[in-house]
Design a protein around this ligand. Sequence first.
Ligand code: GAL
Length: 468
Amino acid sequence: MKNKLLAALAVLLVAYGIAYLVLNSRDPLLLWDWSEIDTSEKYFPTGFVWGAASAAHQVEGGHQNINNFGRWEKQFHANGEPTIVNGDKSGIAVDHWNRVEEDTQLMVDLGLDAYRFSVSWSKIMPAPGVVDQAALQHYVDEVDTLIANGITPMVTLHHFTHPIWFEDLGGFEKQKNIAHFVEFSVIVFKALQSTVKQWCTINEPGVYMFDGYLSGHFPPGKVDPQLAGKVLENLMRAHVQVYTKLKSLPGGDKASIGLVKNMMQMDAQSQYNIMDHFIKFFADNNYNEAVLRLFRTDEFEFYMPTMADLSSKIDGASKALDFIGLNYYSHYAFNFNGNIDESLEAKAYPGEMMTDMDYGIYPEGIYRAIKRISQLDVPIIITENGIADGKDDRRADYIDRTLYAVSKAIEDGYDVRGFYYWSLTDNFEWNLGYGQRFGLYHVDFMTQERSLKEGSKTYVEIIRQAKQ
Ligand code: GAL
């Protein structure tokens, strides 16, 4: 009897051990003792690109009546709450549309090399097949201004927003609509290819899928797991089609084209609870692994137990990346409470200092993200990283530690080519409105006056030292 019990216990222990190893093999938790680390020891190779990033809807203004998010801002959730915190509206945002010269000077003042921004599909194509030449020219001029000031442009074609007419056709819910996005991308590419060499097709397909189709935070505000999977699949198809098309155009061979992947890490709340690991594994599967697997194998899979099940092949996906853009902000903790649906709701990792959002400060996570995404075997560009910090009392350390982690990854042999801080200025933070201040520059939203934040000087100093 005693022997049988011992044997059963041994089997259980081995099973637990195997499950633990399998569920953790992709991306185990990494915690550094920062009190033991001298962050001043950073190394960045010559030619490493220092930048800042933004997106049209968040900074330009003028989208309230023309794109999916502008329309969303005027709506209410079923419980009567406005879709945007405080009922904020993007409005004129930080008026970047009219302040390109001023904002370019702000970049120069910081010692930046590069600027990542998105072009507004809804301004360039007010109706299907119709091009607003003046809007297109605006971006031609913006790129010229950047280049004249020594700032290299990186253009994002889709950063969460698109014209209302595209949304009303079903947006990325329908595979046949991808042709519209390809058409728009070709128009922009032809206008800018001679001056813009770095292109991001789609920003964070996982976030667009999650917030638009699972959490209901972004338009169209649906909660539909199967449709979420379909939308993610179509976004990835759109990336491959745009990549292939642009590469075939004059100038395509000289363009470097990638996708921007947000790597939010999924962790178990308790390292000892195998069910917590199980839940985080599922969350990671759809949010991170679905995209990484596709780029490795051409196979798309999206699965949520009892809720969604999709799989398909996307030919050419594994050859459709010249670089991968990596956006990194934080990690989430998952804890199994008996109900899979509820347990899939992410929480901040316990015990961490928080940013102003529900993101804990976890700088070593960027090392983890770089290591994992390096499996795609293409150069890595950190296309976004930053902190919402209204008091500006955490920004300096956040930047210092994050860039220490990036530098360590480079020293350990990972091919990271550049870093774009999110964001150049405070701006409209989607469903969270104007309350979240990510900018290197503070913006007074009444006067539009920009002023450099104390904490941002750490970024300036790191850049200065790296270039010595
Ligand atoms: C990213 C997004 C940006 C910005 C940032 C800060 O997911 O691409 O547009 O909002 O988050 O939360």
